[in-house]
Ligand binder design. Sequence first.
Ligand code: UDP
Length: 467
Amino acid sequence: PPAVAAAAAASAPAHVLLICFPGQGHVNPMLRLAKRVAAKGLLVTFSSVASVGARLVAAAGVSAGGDGVPVGRGRVRFEFLEDGDPGPDLDDLMRHLETAGPPAFAALLRRQAEEGRPVACVVVNPFLPWASDVAAGEGIPTAVLWVQSCAVFSLYYHHVHGLVEFPPEDDPAARFRLPGLPEMSAADVPSFLLPSNPFKLLADAIITQFRTIGRASWVLVNSFAELEADVVAALPGVTPRPPELIPVGPLIELQQGEEDDAVRGDLIKAADNCVEWLDAQPPRSVVYASVGSVVVLSPGEVAEMAHGLASTGRPFLWVVRLDTQPHLPAGFLDSVSGRGAVVPWSPQDRVLAHPSTACFLTHCGWNSTLETVAAGVPVVAFPQWGDQCTDARFLVEELGMGVRLRAAPAGLRREAVRDAVEAAVAGPRAGEMLASARRWSAAARAAVAPGGSSDAHVQAFVDEVAR
Ligand code: UDP
């Protein structure tokens, strides 16, 4: 009867719908935010473009539509845009989404209302600037999830508003300063903002975010207050005034077993023997190496990395994408058999949390950065481009959690790989770096524990949305 239906609707939990940019480094933090919000009692729908949907169904086993899965006191469900398929090229996809995205997203939002779960808030990923326009058109308030650091936000903000001039790239000694940040050189700036940047479309997409970001009712950030206190405190003093950043991270898997496993964001199926392999290694012995989902090492770099890792004499677990594995030196896998494992994709959160893992040779993507901070694992930082350059600066020089791996002008050398790993695991400063990593790990875990700074920010967001 109508009265019963009305009563049920009145007591239904508020519905938050997230729309995510197609990329592993976006899906992971957005889905983890979805889980945090659901755990506090809301209904959360995670959405993205059709191609991400197909990969999540295949690799993570999620199913679209329906009631979704229980997470804490709420539920997480999935729905994907019917946007057609432009193929695998990212530039093609970006152009295609400009026209196909808005009508498909508007249809998705209307369907929620028609099916009895009207959307109370849309969480947009600012790489999809049109998504907030569509939500506004439907009269739905938006939150942004910024998936990089507050430091990077500040660098972009100052650049977009013409408030900073970065030093020339060919002058490594030249420095600049921004409020709340240490003195920096051009090498610390997200490379998309420098004249030599070849990725113009991506840079435009990032800069366009600032067109809509100020209109959001909340700007949530994957970081935590204690990690970036100075820059967060300095931002309100910048004119024109940036939006208030609300740190809700680190958005990591909380290693709570079934709850995390119920919904994972892997776009590639992780090799399932990694944890067992780690179980068989001595405590704090393994070098874990990965450059994330986007960076592609050249054939020469793959070969040098292979010889370098082998020459450490330590066990290693190395993520090498399937399309890159043909560049491994001939006979390499046999020669390191037992001691070295090469996998196309790992369950990275579990690898970093494993007691056998000693250090992480990382490209310093922001998710990998926060994950290693939260796990308390020292790093060998090997940034390639984008915000990885800024993240490496923080991990190594500000947090004191590791060393840098630098390629010589002629390219990466195996000796440099070996020496950097040795410095991080057994060198004279290794103990200090491990102690720093453990201190930051404790702070990260405290931030997301019940009542911690980030947990309180998620709760406040949930309370406002549910009101
Ligand atoms: N990741 C993973 N298995 C791997 C490599 C990466 O699960 O073998 C995850 C990692 O934990 C992180 C994400 O993929 O959450 C990569 O994001 P990040 O920002 O570090 O780098 P990107 O891939 O965006 O460059």
